[in-house]
Design a protein around this ligand. Sequence first.
Ligand code: NAP
Length: 233
Amino acid sequence: MFRVAVITGASRGIGAEIARQLSVAGYELALIASGPWKETPEYPTKTVTYQVDVSDFTAVKQTVADIKKEFGQIDVLVNNAGITRDMLIMQMSEEDYDRVLDINLKGQFNLIRHISPIMLRQRSGRIINISSVAGLIGNAGQTNYASSKAGSIGLTKSVARELAPRGITCNAIAPGFIETDMTKDLDVPLKQMIPLGKSGQPSDIAATAVFLASEGARYITGEVIRVDGGMGM
Ligand code: NAP
């Protein structure tokens, strides 16, 4: 039985809801964000918070060691931390391009790099990377973000192939337009862009993550599941 889940970007939005639903499903939680945690969220299972910037290779290594010491094992990794720095390509700064790639893509690599040895020794594990529909179909004004999210899909499929012989699965979720801090200032014509005619909720993504972590998903790996109201089809 899987017991311990590590979730990045878990202080709010989609990550916080994934944490809540995984806790309800019985997982103990190691929660990561880059900002300071005001308090430890009250979920039904053991919950410990960690402050680390996922783009920092060495700091992530130390945090993973701390989590292993605290919980003894790591069964599920949800790579959810992400940012946007939108700008038209002609005006996008090098810094904004690099920062988005560093957090959204290298951050996922950093966590997998340091957690996969633990899963390999256990000969089991589930890795879930949060990509985006922008990584599948692109989005004007988001060349940095879409690059990072398309990269996450390549990362997912390569890791899936590499770790499959040891019983570890790796899948991606590609959310569409989900109501969180990330999207609160965007003015999007939902009815025109989304066949289901409305935005999604963090709970829609969390339910898919809980499924991918569950026994029922044991034969699924290297998959990208769109949860987008049909936006990316
Ligand atoms: P959000 O509300 O802005 O939350 C982002 C989370 O990531 C926060 O917990 C934030 O905490 C954390 N974070 C940011 N930078 C970090 C870093 N360097 N190191 C560690 N943690 C970091 O975003 P969201 O909408 O829930 O998005 C979650 C994921 O879903 C992202 O990967 C996003 O790209 C993806 N997604 C979202 C949508 C959408 O419509 N909302 C659509 C497609 C994909 P701190 O600020 O404290 O670090």
